[in-house]
Design a protein around this ligand. Structure first.
Ligand code: UD1
Length: 430
């Protein structure tokens, strides 16, 4: 097993370039199946969730070529069997996007129940509601989700709960259906807009992505396309917080500042300087950080995927901060780890009360999930002494070259494989 060893206490300084967005790419890679020709995808991050998505396509029969520099050519036209087995699906939550895309193309899909970060209950009832509205029959048998439809017919879909995954799956299933689909109470995240732009570049007719009403007029065919993925807003936010936590001065390049507004606003509120440029932001700190309250919300609210990182920063701010997690019901599992580093946080249900402690201390900790793992990296960078983070495979699901990027900013971080422990096999190294 690999771990990170961080000698903390160094200010981060310099420039870092943000990679393509994980949550866009894990939807766009399966969406290639909908095209009747090859697609070229650019700005693909080298993270394990991408290798798993590519591996699933490859195992199903697609031709996947790595052209280098984050560019892939994918021809999914040889795929004939719309089945994703458990062994592949279990590694990644987003494997459920193969449901929507296979249903959209073949009118049939058989995909194992998804894996991914444990953040509390993660039902998929809204996904199934969308498929059913389009005329599909959905069954759950022996851990497999089985969906089929004689015909997919455009429909009105109202989501009872705002869901990124269900919105994406509804778009994927409806894009080649007959007639008009209207999705109401849709999620508005930047990666939903990116998926819609990708599909429109293939010839789809999707309007309103980025608002809560999305209209999709089904088309018979979609052609291959060339498309560059947007930058990752959560990776950018993570480096913004890391820079602030170490009282550093970092230019974060290749970002869309509009996507970062809720993060920027909270950082400014606690005393961090944020300068915005066309496609970069500079983070610096020249005074004390102060308490605030944060409530996670669907986009454009404060993202739940930044909650653990921001809570870590608030440990270093003066005063008592309140963090309320509105999206998931168990997203404070990292708090026990932070406490080992000297944090003073109490959690009651979905609310964390954080007493600023000014300083954290290095300790051995374990990453419980992807963003919590990133939060522990930030804690380690800011802490006095050495922090060892176990289970970093969670972090590698979503952060490209994190230790190289941090080292280039002056951090003392190294990845170490502990001898005698099993190396976690990435089923998808390609
Ligand atoms: C996606 C992101 C994840 C992010 C989350 C919220 C991807 C691959 N993952 O996850 O990084 O943390 O959005 O921004 O893009 N819900 C239901 N029924 C459903 C679906 C969801 O009740 O059918 C609930 C969930 O339990 C949760 C809330 O809706 O409480 C939001 O979940 P959702 O937006 O679907 O998250 P994911 O798509 O799983």
């Amino acid at each position: 097993m690999d771990k990170f060893i961080i000698k903390g206490g160094r200010r981060l300084e310099g420039e870092v370039t943000i990679s393509g967005a994980k949550n866009a790419v894990v939807a766009i890679i399966p969406a290639v199946i909908l095209a009747d020709g090859p697609c070229i995808l650019e700005n693909i991050p080298d993270i394990s969730d991408v290798s798993i998505s590519l591996r699933i396509l490859y195992e199903m029969g697609a031709i996947v070529e790595n052209l280098g520099g984050g560019v892939y050519r994918i021809d999914a036209t040889p795929i004939k069997e719309p089945v994703v087995p458990y062994e592949l699906a279990r590694h990644m939550r987003a494997s459920y996007y193969f449901l929507g895309t296979l249903l959209g193309k073949f009118h049939r899909a058989r995909v194992a129940m998804p894996g991914g970060c444990y953040l509390g209950d993660r039902p998929i009832d809204q996904h199934l509601k969308a498929f059913t509205a389009l005329g599909a029959d959905c069954r759950l048998e022996n851990g497999m989700i089985d969906i089929s439809a004689d015909m997919l017919i455009g429909s009105q879909i109202y989501f009872d709960k705002i869901s990124v995954g269900a919105t994406i799956n509804a778009i994927l299933a409806a894009v080649r259906a007959t007639g008009l689909t209207v999705i109401e109470n849709a999620a508005k995240e930047p990666h939903i807009v990116d998926l819609a732009n990708f599909l429109n570049s293939m010839g789809a007719d999707i309007m309103g992505a980025g608002t809560d009403v999305i209209k999709i007029r089904g088309v018979r065919q979609l052609k291959g396309t060339s498309y560059a993925i947007i930058p990752d807003q959560i990776e950018a936010g993570t480096y913004m917080v890391a820079a602030a936590a170490t009282k550093g001065n970092v230019l974060i390049k290749n970002v869309i500042p509009k996507h970062l507004e809720s993060i920027t606003a909270k950082l400014a509120k606690i005393g961090v300087n944020v300068e915005e440029f066309d496609d970069s932001v500079r983070i610096s700190v020249d005074g004390p950080l102060v308490k605030t309250s944060v409530k996670t919300q669907p986009h454009p609210g404060f993202p739940t995927d930044m909650q653990p990182q921001f809570s870590t920063l608030l440990c270093l701010a003066e005063g008592t901060s309140i963090v309320t997690e509105e999206i998931f019901n168990n997203r404070f599992r990292y708090v026990d780890e932070l406490r080992r580093m000297g944090a003073d946080i109490s959690v009651e249900g979905r609310v964390a009360v954080i007493e600023g402690v000014g300083k954290l201390y290095g300790a051995p900790v374990t990453a419980p999930d992807l963003r919590a793992g990133a939060a522990l990296v930030i804690a380690g960078l800011a802490a006095a002494g050495v922090t060892e983070i176990d289970d970093i495979y969670h972090i590698e699901r979503g952060y490209e070259n994190i230790e190289q990027k941090l080292r280039a900013l002056g951090a003392d971080i190294e990845k170490r494989t502990v001898p005698g422990t099993a190396v976690r096999k990435d089923p998808a190294a390609m």
